[in-house]
Structure formats: structure tokens, C-alpha cells
Design a protein around this ligand. Structure first.
Ligand SMILES: [Zn+2]
Length: 383
């Protein structure tokens, strides 16, 4: 993880006002009112101090829902951006689907491996991860900071959130229409010491809890929407308050078992696997083999691993407690470093409060869920 710390907020805001080029590469500014992130020297009109938050890199800004500015192109570090990158960024931002396969890249005379490496080196993410974040943010980040839009939309029924629906349709390729839709999944963003997560809730319970940069997020959203014949609507839900509280206690090391109700549609086999996950005690780990034996399917180790990966309720259904036979950490949708942190937290080797600053360089007025004084309502309203 990144361990850079940012300059003082005041210093950065002054640098922003003066378009101070010496701060290029030091910070990225997110403008809360537009959901756009910029370089310090952007020529766009400067936002008020209370409407900005600062990040160390574009990747971090994007994980909080921001999209790169089309005026200053924060993805193009000064003086080192190849031409192919410029045209690729432009094409992607104008594309409807915002999807580029390796074949698409090859057709443009680009080597997918090289493209991925360049992105990874300069922005700490792959090109595919960038494109994905862009799609997610167009669907969800767009309304992140516009509480008024959400309130109005909720007041007059969710069909009026047309921008959201349009974006969601592009995201999943299949937005449920109202006639097919019987249910609503209320979705929000919850901040944790390990990064922002998407949370979803139905009348029955929490149906989604995933890190926003999770690789299979779009697939998970699409599946959930189909399984529950439901449509996603950003907003508030009484269960989010409980969830926020319990996550806060969990990250503070005070909570070992979650009691917030869950809504987890899936096959009988998946249900068995997920219930078996819930039986792994806090702070302990199990192998996939042991989990397969627990549900009386000792030969179905791979299927168990697959169902583990299909878990949509991160942290609460503790798929992070399953490790390889040799004790090595294996795949985790939210990233291996997070899996390690979660296990360290549960084993009392990591305190999210004290080391938060080392693991997240994000500085803003956001409070992580560990801050118990923070009114949860505020966080839930920002999606
Ligand atoms: Zn800009």
C-alpha cells in the first residue's frame, strides 16, 4: 500500500488556487459538487474550499466515486504521457459501453500487456480496472455528492432517477424495467478503514457489501438484480445505520459477530457454503477442504471455492477466513492485502484506528466508520 502522506489541506487548497505546478503529482483534487477529479493546475473554475477533498492519486479519487476531468486529464501525468494513451482515454470517455477488450486494444495496434503495465506503473491500476471504475462511477458516483437530486428523486418515486437508470443500464447492460420490477435494492457507499464499500439492502436484509474496486462488482450487481428481480436505487435505508454501527465496532475490534439481517439469494449449494462460512469463528481460518467436509461434500473443494468467491456480503459472511491448504492466503475479491488486514485485525495484530493513516492517504472531511461520533446518516447520503 501507498504510504505517502499529503501536505496540509490548506497548503493544497492554496496550491490549487494558484495552479501551482510544483504540486503536480503530489495531489489530486476531488470536487464534491461535480464528482470530477482534477490536477492542481486545472484551468477549470476553482471550487470553494469546502467543496473539495484531496487524494494522493487518481486511483484513490476514483475509488471514492470521482471521474477524471476532461479539461486537465489527471490520468496524463505531465510530460510522460504517450500519444496512444491520450487517444485511448478520449475514446473511452466518449464510448457508451466504456468497455475495451484486449482484442479492441490490438485492433488499435496496442499491445494489451504493455497498456496494462503502463497503467499499473503510472496509476497503480490496470487499464481494465480503470475502465471498470469509470463505468461504476458513471452509474453511482455521478450522484454521489448531489444529495438534493437523490432526495427529489426519492420523494417522487424512483422512476425519476432517469440519469441513474440510464447509467445503470449501461453498467449491467440490462436494467430491469418497472413492470418486471417488484423490489428495490437501496444502495449506498460506506467508508471503512480499508476503503469505500457498496452496501445494498432490501426489506429483508443486507444483500450486498463489497469493496467498490472489487474486480467482479459489475457481475455481482447484475446477478443480484436478476435474482431479486430488483432495481438499484441510491438512498437511505434503516438497516444501513445498523450496518454502519456494526462495521465501525468490527473495525475497532469490539464486534465479533454481526447481527444485522441478511438477504442472500442463491442456490441450495451456495447457501450451504455461505452458512458454513458463518460458522468459522472470529480470528480463525479454515481451508477450502475443511469447508467442503463441513457441508458433507468432501470432493467438491473447487465448487466450494467458487461459491466462496460468489459471496456478496464481504466481511459479514467471512470468506476472508478461508485460506489455502498450505496456510497461504488465496484469492479474495477485495484484494489480498485486504484479506490480510482483516485477518490481522481479527487476530489482534492490526488496529484500524492507529494505523489508518499509514494505509490510506486519503485526507478529507470523510470519517471512516471507526469514528463512532460520526453520524451515519451523513455517509449514507453521499452516494
Ligand atoms: Zn480539471
Amino acid at each position: 500500500m501507498n504510504q505517502i502522506s499529503l501536505p496540509d489541506t490548506d497548503v493544497m487548497y492554496q496550491a490549487l488556487l494558484h495552479k501551482d505546478a510544483s504540486f503536480e503529482g503530489i495531489f489530486i483534487v476531488g470536487v464534491k459538487t461535480t464528482g470530477i477529479c482534477c490536477r492542481p493546475t486545472c484551468h477549470a473554475r476553482k471550487p470553494k474550499a469546502n467543496n473539495v477533498e484531496f487524494f494522493a492519486c487518481v486511483k484513490e479519487a476514483m475509488s471514492f466515486g470521482y471521474r477524471p476531468c476532461k479539461v486537465c486529464h489527471p490520468l496524463q501525468p505531465a510530460g510522460e504521457t504517450p500519444d496512444w494513451m491520450k487517444s485511448l482515454e478520449q475514446e473511452l470517455s466518449q464510448s457508451d459501453t466504456m468497455k475495451f477488450t484486449d482484442q479492441d486494444l490490438r485492433e488499435r495496434g496496442l499491445d494489451p500487456v504493455r497498456v496494462r503495465r503502463w497503467f499499473k506503473k503510472h496509476h497503480g491500476m490496470t487499464f481494465q480496472a480503470y475502465a471498470r471504475a469509470l463505468r461504476i462511477n458513471r452509474a453511482f458516483g455521478l450522484i454521489k455528492h448531489q444529495d438534493k437530486v437523490i432526495d427529489t428523486a426519492l420523494d417522487s418515486g424512483y422512476d425519476s432517477v432517469s440519469g441513474f437508470h440510464e447509467a445503470f443500464k449501461k453498467l449491467t447492460g440490462d436494467a430491469p424495467t418497472r413492470s418486471k420490477t417488484k423490489q428495490v435494492i437501496t444502495i449506498t457507499r460506506i467508508l471503512t478503514p480499508l476503503g469505500p464499500m457498496f452496501a445494498g439492502a432490501t426489506e429483508k436484509g443486507i444483500c450486498l457489501l463489497e469493496f467498490t474496486d472489487r474486480r467482479m462488482l459489475e457481475t455481482q450487481l447484475k446477478r443480484l438484480s436478476k435474482l431479486l428481480k430488483a432495481t438499484f436505487v441510491p438512498g437511505k435505508h434503516p438497516l444501513f445505520e445498523t450496518l454502519n454501527q456494526q462495521l465501525g465496532d468490527y473495525f475497532a475490534g469490539r464486534l465479533k459477530t454481526f447481527s444485522v439481517p441478511l438477504d442472500i439469494p442463491g442456490t441450495a449449494f451456495q447457501q450451504d457454503v455461505w452458512q458454513a462460512l458463518l460458522k468459522i469463528p472470529y480470528g480463525e481460518t479454515r481451508s477450502y477442504q475443511a469447508q467442503a467436509e463441513l457441508i458433507d461434500k468432501p470432493l467438491a473443494v473447487r465448487a466450494v471455492a467458487k461459491a466462496n468467491g460468489d459471496n456478496r456480503i464481504g466481511i459479514i459472511i467471512p470468506c476472508h477466513r478461508v485460506i489455502g491448504k498450505n496456510g497461504k492466503l488465496t484469492g479474495y475479491g477485495g484484494g489480498l492485502w485486504r484479506k490480510q488486514r482483516l485477518l490481522e485485525l481479527e487476530m489482534g495484530r492490526w488496529q484500524s484506528n492507529s494505523s489508518h493513516a499509514n494505509h490510506s492517504v486519503h485526507q478529507s472531511d470523510h470519517a471512516a466508520v471507526t469514528n463512532s461520533n460520526n453520524a451515519p446518516q451523513k455517509e449514507q447520503a453521499i452516494l
